[in-house]
Structures are given as structure tokens and as C-alpha cells.
Design a protein around this ligand. Structure first.
Ligand code: ZN
Length: 243
């Protein structure tokens, strides 16, 4: 997502922002859109899937563990440790916190930390990358959108890591890990699916004569729900399997 060209620390760098080249900007924008849309689409598809196939405790545990891991990665790792240096940890914990943060899909550590440090240093001024206030100091729908999503997609400038995160750039182990950001993030999306048990509901009876089998899963799910509503609790996965 983030080009590494401005990561090398230069003593001459004084600017808070670096301009993103148009091609790199378009590429990053696409990557960010995928990172925003893909998990949302996955979550939306999971609802009818669960309805039809059911779910087991392992699925819910995986959901909770991976969700909690990314929260810890961002709040404890990216925010408190890497941005504000609120506490120190050894190398392994530092890298572990970075990996947990990667799973949230909010960018590599240097990207997140440079913008957040800039946000604190220039809060609600023109230099704040994501102030919820517009140039008149007012909160509007547009400035609200900008603060949450617009600033990531629309900005043709990025916080200058050479100026804002020189401490991280000197951290060789972290810099090596940063190259693995994308595979780790994508892997974290796929990993729960590899472990999940896909439901603990008994396998539905296969009735080849049942025309509802050929309906799309969400429709079958809705039909099954209707049957259950009528007091036929086992008719959820196949419309003919009434008790
Ligand atoms: Zn902060």
C-alpha cells in the first residue's frame, strides 16, 4: 500500500508532508479501497452463509480472537507504543504488536504513526491530515467524511516519515518486517477461514427431488427462516425436511 521510497531518513528533510506521485497515488488508492471494501463485503456475505450453514464455537472464537488481536495491535501497538512511546517492550513484543496492527489493514506502522504524530502536532489546523473541522473551523458533513474516510482516499500528500518517524526508520528489524505488511494483512483475512469448522449443524439431508436446492443460498436461508418461523425448526437447510 505504501511505497517505501520516502522511508530512508535524510537529514535535509524538513517538510511535514511528501507529495505522492499520481501513479503511486492511484495505486495506493485502489489498495486502500480494497482494504476497506473487501472485509465489509466478506462480513456481509458471511451473514447469509451462517444462516444456511450454521456456525460452530470455533468460528466465533476465531472471530473474537482475530478481531481482538487487531484492536490490540492498533490501540496498544500502533497508538500507545509506536506513536506515543508510552511504554517500552523488547524486540519480540515490538514486532508482535506490529504484526497484530497489520491485521487491522490500516497500513504499515510508519504510515500510521507518521500521520498520527502529525495529527497530534497540528491538531485541527490546515496541516492536520484528518481534522473533522473545515477551514472555517466548522464541523460539516463534508469535513466529517473527510476526517474518517476522505483523507485516506483523496489526499495526494502523505506524512513525511523521514521527519516524523526517524526513530522507527532506524529500527532495522521493524523496517524488515514492514516489507511483509501486505502478505501478513491478506494472510490474516484468510487464516480464520482455514481454521474454521464451518458450522456444527448436522449435515442437511440431500433430497435430489427438492427444487429449493437450486435456489441461491441467501434465498434458501430466507425460506428456511420462514419455515422455522412456522414452527418447523429443522427445515432450515432444506425445504422438504419437515419434522
Ligand atoms: Zn494519539
Amino acid at each position: 500500500m505504501i511505497a517505501g521510497d520516502q522511508r530512508a531518513p535524510t537529514t535535509q528533510a524538513r517538510e511535514l508532508y511528501v507529495t505522492v506521485r499520481p501513479i503511486a497515488h492511484a495505486r495506493e488508492r485502489r489498495a486502500i479501497l480494497v482494504a476497506i471494501i473487501l472485509p465489509a463485503v466478506g462480513a456481509a456475505l458471511a451473514i447469509p452463509y451462517l444462516w444456511v450453514h450454521g456456525s460452530g464455537w470455533l468460528d466465533w472464537w476465531l472471530f473474537a480472537i482475530f478481531y481482538f488481536a487487531s484492536i490490540i495491535g492498533i490501540t496498544v501497538g500502533y497508538h500507545r507504543h509506536f506513536t506515543h512511546r508510552s511504554f517500552t517492550v523488547g524486540l519480540r513484543w515490538r514486532l508482535a504488536l506490529a504484526v497484530l496492527g497489520y491485521t487491522a489493514g490500516q497500513g504499515p506502522v510508519t504510515y500510521w504513526v507518521s500521520h498520527h504524530r502529525l495529527h497530534h502536532a497540528r491538531a485541527d489546523t490546515a496541516d492536520d491530515p484528518h481534522s473533522p473541522l473545515d477551514t472555517r473551523g466548522l464541523l460539516t458533513v463534508r469535513s466529517f467524511w473527510h476526517a474518517y474516510v476522505g483523507w485516506i482516499l483523496g489526499a495526494d500528500r502523505k506524512a513525511n516519515t523521514a521527519v516524523l518517524t526517524p526513530d522507527l526508520l532506524k529500527d532495522r528489524a521493524l523496517m524488515r518486517l514492514e516489507r511483509w505488511y501486505l502478505p501478513i494483512y491478506l494472510g490474516s483475512l484468510l487464516l480464520p477461514g482455514a481454521f474454521g469448522d464451518g458450522g456444527d449443524r448436522p449435515a442437511p439431508v440431500r433430497d435430489r427431488g427438492d427444487p429449493s436446492r437450486r435456489l441461491p443460498a441467501p434465498v434458501r436461508g430466507a425460506a428456511g427462516r420462514f419455515h422455522r418461523h412456522l414452527g418447523m425448526p429443522f427445515a432450515r437447510t432444506t425445504l422438504v425436511q419437515h419434522p
